[in-house]
Design a protein around this ligand. Structure first.
Ligand code: SDX
Length: 378
């Protein structure tokens, strides 16, 4: 058992473990493409429904294909009353824990749960894309002892999500911003939650299991959990003038500034700029520009760290947008999950297509061949 020479890649930093045809990320240049289309084009010109179709099917839909896909999404938004009962039972839990539990429970009611064929998995992924917003907003109503707002088939994915918040039809501009947010969160290669979903699919577990895994991993503050923590940080900073001292303090205590840094991007996250514009416009429209000004002040305070590759990421602006839309802070990470369902689904489908069990090694550095001593003598 000599100490054979092994190369250990902690955190699997920089390790390519498979090939993909879905999402291209160039961390050095800050480039992101879904199926070869720039995130900038998709954010400005596409819709979440069209982008979800692109990710899942590999090509942009024509009008008939998009209409059919949209029709299926709109007709799949309901969740079984027994799942609503489970949500009622755990209504005081964090929305991410409720979402994880409800998605897991949905597998008991989905007629295709045991069918792991490509076609059935795709259908289940589309159903979950439609159902997850209903889970999040039904829980939000139930925990306030209100009746959940019934999903509205007349509304788009983003508009219906906002509609279920309080039963009012959202204005066009906020719907467009929410839609853009879902596009920007739709997929991101082998991020921690997608990697975990792939590990799950690698054992031939079903899609509900893989997406339940993804939701669990996304909830961590180093990943999706950052969006909620950025809002907490901005509330603690309170004014732009205090941003520099706040950031200096955090960094002096070796703490992380939420919404900054990324394992892959060492240039600015190409998604962040699209949300930055959104926060500024929404803040002005709501007569509440202060939050945007605090964000800009925090960005200025973090400028010196850019030379170390620490830039703003997708979570930095998203939280303030949700806050300005009147969405409770603990729903911020579930919103990330809502956008990511098509991404997790296509990652699972890719894993299934060329499946291999994902089982890396740990290099043992402990003791060997120790003598067993009976308990009387210990
Ligand atoms: C997402 O992977 C994906 O694609 C994820 C995502 C997706 O779409 O799925 O893009 C979404 O999760 C975005 C990231 C959201 N998380 C945060 O905003 C939380 C704050 N960020 C950090 O926790 C951190 O940047 C990570 C976890 C995101 C990335 O960390 P890494 O790659 O493991 O880098 P590291 O921790 O090794 O840091 C390298 C150096 C360290 O300094 P030294 O110890 O070498 O001196 O950079 C510093 C870190 O201290 N650093 C930060 C920092 N991020 C890194 N310092 C202060 N604040 C930060 N935010």
């Amino acid at each position: 058992m000599g100490d054979e020479k092994v190369n250990i890649h902690r955190g699997l930093v920089g390790i390519h473990f498979d090939r993909t045809q879905t999402t291209y990320i160039n961390g050095k240049q800050g480039i992101l493409e879904y199926r070869g289309y720039s995130i900038h084009d998709l954010a400005e010109k596409s819709t979440f429904e069209e982008t979800a179709y692109l990710l899942l099917h590999g090509n942009l839909p024509n009008k008939a294909q998009l209409d059919e896909f949209d029709k299926i999404l709109r007709s799949s938004r309901k969740i079984p009353s027994k799942v609503l009962k489970i949500i009622e039972t755990i209504k005081s839990a964090h929305p991410m824990d409720v979402l994880r539990t409800a998605v897991s429970a949905l597998s008991a009611f989905d007629k295709e749960t045991d069918d792991k064929s490509y076609e059935a998995t795709l259908r289940k992924g589309i159903r979950l894309t439609a159902q997850v917003p209903t889970i999040v907003m039904s829980h939000n109503a139930i925990r306030q002892n209100k009746k959940p707002v019934t999903p509205n088939p007349e509304l788009s994915h983003a508009a219906n999500f906002l509609y279920m918040l309080d039963g009012s039809i959202p204005p066009e501009n906020t719907t467009k911003l929410m839609d853009k947010d879902f596009i920007l969160h739709a997929d991101h290669g082998s991020n921690a939650s997608a990697f975990a979903a792939r590990v799950c699919a690698g054992t031939q577990a079903d899609l509900h299991s893989a997406i339940t895994t993804g939701i669990s991993v996304l909830s961590g503050p180093s990943h999706g959990g950052a969006a909620e923590n950025v809002m907490k940080m901005v509330k603690e900073v309170r004014s732009p003038e205090k941003a520099k001292d706040y950031v200096t303090n955090l960094l002096r205590n070796k703490e992380r500034v939420m919404g900054f840094g990324h394992r892959v991007y060492k240039a600015e996250d190409p998604r962040a700029g699209h949300l930055k514009e959104g926060v500024e416009a929404l803040g002005k429209e709501k007569g509440d520009p202060g939050w945007y000004e605090i964000l800009v002040a925090v960005m200025d305070a973090m400028k010196p760290y850019q030379r170390r590759g620490i830039h703003v990421n997708v979570d930095f602006f998203a939280g303030v947008i949700y806050h300005l839309l009147g969405i409770p802070t603990d729903l911020f990470v579930p919103i990330f999950a809502i956008g990511r369902i098509p991404g997790w689904t296509i990652q699972v489908l890719e894993q299934y297509e060329h499946n291999i069990l994902l089982r890396p090694l740990l290099h043992y550095t402990g003791e060997h061949e120790k003598q067993y001593i009976s308990i009387e003598k210990r």
